[in-house]
Design a protein around this ligand. Structure first.
Ligand SMILES: Cc1cc2nc3c(=O)[nH]c(=O)nc-3n(C[C@H](O)[C@H](O)[C@H](O)COP(=O)(O)OP(=O)(O)OC[C@H]3O[C@@H](n4cnc5c(N)ncnc54)[C@H](O)[C@@H]3O)c2cc1C
Length: 462
């Protein structure tokens, strides 16, 4: 490993892999860092997956192998099993590799750190047996592990439907699908359907998942509210209320369960862009902080570009195209290619990018996160690391805290090992709701290294 590269890409998902391969192709000296094998969230472990897995992971997953191969054959250096635990505004990057710490620099940085699942705080979400749908999918992709016993999937979003489909293909029995998105969402989204038809393949995919769920006769509960997980030592049941809209009466439902998987969409992983000093912008439709960038991925910091879901949730195919656009622009700026070559290649990429993005507004409206799971009841834990509930956050605001950082100082919310990953968006939403300020005014937790847990021994071992 060298201590300086022309281009350093952080994140080996579709965006980072494509950016590194393309930058290498135009003649730049590139290194890509990831703490996982190349592939990112969607193509996780794809090089190791058995051929038979296509039956339950689907063809989209195996498409990733081509991209991983393109990257591996591109000549770019791959620093794998490397966690970025430090990044500052001088763009010095601290890596944790094999128990020791290394610092590297680069002329240009491409951040492609992807997305994480949006937290879904509800009563009992901390009980053993409750996990996120993404975590369930990670077990499936990385080790072929599926849940045993009675499984309930709850929340909303394409990933929940995809996981239900993948589990059904893998022979997993699903007790129930609990859909927290109200029916009204479809009517809110319908005006964006004509534009979404340009990416009709996504709509067909969604219909395929829904058809499989119906065919398997999985009970689907809609218009659900008051969702909670119950149990003494671990999950015993999933409870919620239903409104039968025509009659207007409410029905209480209790489903015995061993595993509950929750999901309500994904949000950008903004910690490294924040650490590098990039400006963010609040996307009210996605309910998501994203990095302010231009059409090439250039951020407010001259040496830093962003691509993929960390700069606003766009999906894997668009992330890949954005990665290539970043690389072309860097190739031009670092004088590896001329403007003509950049623009000719970019034209085709942009056409394709627009097609993949045409579905976004429809999806974002259809699966907008539920207010109840962004602004939980007082008793619900918000920060699981430090055991701070929503009531304590609200109380801190009433005592005069005007932003997440003050709430953090007074309650320790966000100071635990996850560094605010699981509570940051909820705390900001609670502060905004309690003060009546906008999300832009409220802001987000200040990020400070280490971004990943690192021991003093590892830190000293440079
Ligand atoms: C849990 C989860 C599962 C998903 N599954 C699917 C799916 O099955 N199908 C689908 O179509 N979409 C899925 N998505 C959405 C999809 O992953 C994204 O749209 C797409 O992968 C975005 O690509 P990306 O390159 O921007 O980021 P990602 O694919 O997320 O890649 C980001 C990479 O950055 C690395 N990284 C982040 N921070 C650091 C750090 N500090 N140090 C080192 N490395 C770091 C991560 O390890 C990761 O490999 C999923 C999203 C999530 C959150």
């Amino acid at each position: 490993m060298k201590s300086h590269y022309e281009v350093l890409v952080i994140g080996g998902g579709p965006a980072g892999l494509a950016a590194a391969a393309e930058a290498s192709r135009v003649g730049l000296e590139v290194a890509l860092v990831d703490e996982q094998a190349p592939g990112g969230q969607i193509y996780r472990n794809v090089s190791e997956a058995k051929n038979g897995a296509v039956n339950y992971l689907g063809r989209d997953y195996f498409r990733g192998q081509k991209l991983v191969n393109e990257f591996l054959n591109s000549g770019a250096t791959f620093l794998n099993d490397a966690s970025v635990w430090y990044l500052d505004e001088r763009l010095e990057t601290g890596l944790l590799i094999d128990g020791s710490s290394h610092f590297i620099t680069a002329e240009r940085l491409i951040l492609a750190t992807g997305a994480q699942e949006r937290p879904m705080p509800l009563p009992g979400w901390h009980l053993p047996g409750v996990m996120t749908a993404g975590a369930g999918q990670i077990l499936l992709k990385s080790a072929g592990i599926v849940p045993d016993g009675r499984l309930v999937l709850a929340g909303s979003g394409p990933l929940l439907l995809l996981l239900a489909w993948q589990y059904l293909q893998a022979g997993v029995k699903i007790e129930a699908l609990v859909d927290t998105a109200p029916d009204s969402r479809f009517f809110e989204a319908i005006s964006s359907l004509p534009r979404a038809l340009a990416a009709v393949d996504y709509l067909f995919k969604g219909l395929t998942f829904m058809r499989a769920i119906r065919k398997a006769r999985i009970p689907v509960y809609k218009n659900v509210y008051g969702l909670r997980a119950e149990g003494d030592e671990s999950l015993e049941s999933v409870c919620f209320n239903l409104t039968r809209s025509r009659a207007g009466n409410r029905i209480k439902v209790k489903i015995e369960a061993d595993t509950l998987m929750l999901h309500q969409g994904v949000i950008s992983n903004i910690r490294l862009p924040l650490a590098a000093g990039c400006n963010l912008v609040w996307d009210a439709l996605q309910q998501n902080w994203k990095v302010r960038k231009d059409k090439w991925g250039q951020t407010s910091v001259k040496q830093v570009m962003v691509a993929g879901d960390c700069a606003g949730v766009v999906g894997a195919r668009a992330a890949e195209l954005q990665g290539r656009l970043c690389a072309l622009q860097l190739g031009y700026e670092l004088r590896a290619i001329g403007p003509g070559q950049r623009d000719r290649s970019a034209q085709q990429l942009n056409r394709s990018l627009n097609r993949h993005l045409s579905i976004r507004t429809f999806i974002d409206k259809l699966y907008a996160p539920g207010r109840a799971y962004q602004l939980p009841d007082d008793e619900t834990l918000v920060c699981r690391c430090e055991e701070v509930n929503a009531g304590q956050v609200r109380q801190a605001v009433r005592m005069g805290c005007v932003g997440p950082n003050q709430v953090k100082a007074f309650t320790r919310c966000g100071m635990g090992p996850c560094q605010g990953c699981l509570c940051g968006s909820t705390v900001a939403a609670l502060v905004a709701d309690e003060t009546g300020a906008s999300m832009e005014q409220v802001g987000y937790f200040r990020v400070r290294p280490p971004f990943k847990p690192i021991t003093l021994g590892e830190l000293a071992n440079t």
